[in-house]
Ligand binder design. Structure first.
Ligand code: HEC
Ligand code: HEC
Ligand code: HEC
Ligand code: HEC
Length: 205
């Protein structure tokens, strides 16, 4: 716990000292690789340094997987997070769901083990140049319908507004080192690689 507290303190100092204009370049740049991945004292899969074991998803009363990692920071401290831009699952677009084909039409490549997670919509790595680390470029939020069209294409005038079909929408990912960071179609993009879950967090006082 003390290490996580130190990370959040240092991050907070970076946020405070560097200011909002610099952060516009990418908030996670200042979190740094080792703010999310703790090389030797990890508490969750992918050598993650934070994990939310307190919040639950109102959909099924559980929370695991990659969304719990994000909420290790993006929740209030009382709810198991670090207080950075808290995201409440009781007021948020569904996460942790197996998509109903009538509500969302998307490639399995955008799901983690068949489930919609934070990373279905966001690619959190500093190499992602998009507004709010979204997987689709939205012209700094002005073209948000283009992002929604990734999964709700029947609702968006994608062809009329952008001359694109859903299958052509560029989806950002950094999860294939062999291909490099960049944009892929939703049928070829990789957002998650399966690796052994071997991390056993040490007990903390
Ligand atoms: C804001 C948090 C965050 C930051 C900062 C971050 N990562 Fe990650 N990283 C993640 C998450 C979440 C995953 C797991 C995604 C998944 O597999 O579903 C991940 C996965 C990875 C993986 C495993 C990829 C795989 O294919 O399994 C590597 C390697 C990695 N990150 C390296 C880095 C490096 C290097 C940096 C610094 C430039 C960095 N990360 C910064 C959140 C972060
Ligand atoms: C180690 C802590 C940490 C983790 C884990 C983390 N973030 Fe962040 N994130 C931050 C901080 C710090 C900020 C900047 C907060 C601020 O400016 O007040 C931020 C900002 C963001 C923003 C806003 C970026 C912007 O341009 O305004 C998004 C989106 C985001 N995070 C998504 C995620 C997602 C998705 C995950 C999980 C894959 C994640 N974060 C995991 C610390 C973290
Ligand atoms: C369905 C897609 C979707 C999912 C799933 C999703 N987000 Fe987001 N998120 C967005 C969009 C779109 C925005 C930008 C909203 C805006 O700027 O109007 C955003 C913004 C954010 C921000 C910045 C908030 C701010 O005040 O600027 C954070 C932090 C964040 N998301 C974290 C998360 C975390 C953590 C999860 C998983 C629990 C998650 N998101 C799941 C689409 C998604
Ligand atoms: C990566 C895929 C993805 C993206 C991008 C996405 N959604 Fe969704 N959306 C889903 C899934 C999956 C569901 C849940 C379907 C279900 O209930 O089975 C959903 C559900 C919804 C619902 C219904 C919520 C409910 O409780 O019934 C609304 C409204 C919605 N999305 C709006 C949006 C908007 C607006 C955007 C763009 C800002 C967006 N979505 C972006 C995948 C996505």
């Amino acid at each position: 716990m003390r290490k996580v507290g130190l990370i959040s303190f240092l991050t907070l100092m970076a946020v405070v000292c560097l200011g909002a204009t610099v952060l516009g370049a990418g908030a996670h740049d200042y979190v740094g690789c080792t703010g999310c991945h703790n090389i030797h004292y990890a508490v969750a899969e992918k050598a993650f340094g934070v994990d939310n074991t307190q919040t639950t998803n109102p959909r099924d009363g559980k929370l695991d997987g990659v969304s719990a990692l994000c909420l290790g920071c993006h929740q209030t401290p009382e709810n198991g997070g670090q207080g950075f831009m808290p995201i409440f699952l009781t007021t948020t677009h569904p996460v942790g769901v197996v998509p109903n084909e009538k509500i969302a039409h998307l490639s399995d490549h955008l799901l983690v083990n068949g489930v919609l997670e934070c990373t279905s919509c966001h690619e959190p790595h500093p190499s992602n140049p998009n507004y709010k680390y979204l997987r689709v470029a939205t012209d700094e939020g002005a073209a948000m319908d283009k992002f929604c069209a990734l999964c709700h294409p029947a609702k968006v005038d994608l062809m009329g507004n952008y001359g694109l079909g859903q299958e052509q929408l560029p989806v950002f990912s950094s999860m294939n080192e062999a291909a490099g960071a960049g944009e892929f179609t939703q049928d070829e993009v990789i957002i998650h690689n399966e690796t052994p879950k071997y991390i056993v967090p040490q007990a903390t006082e």
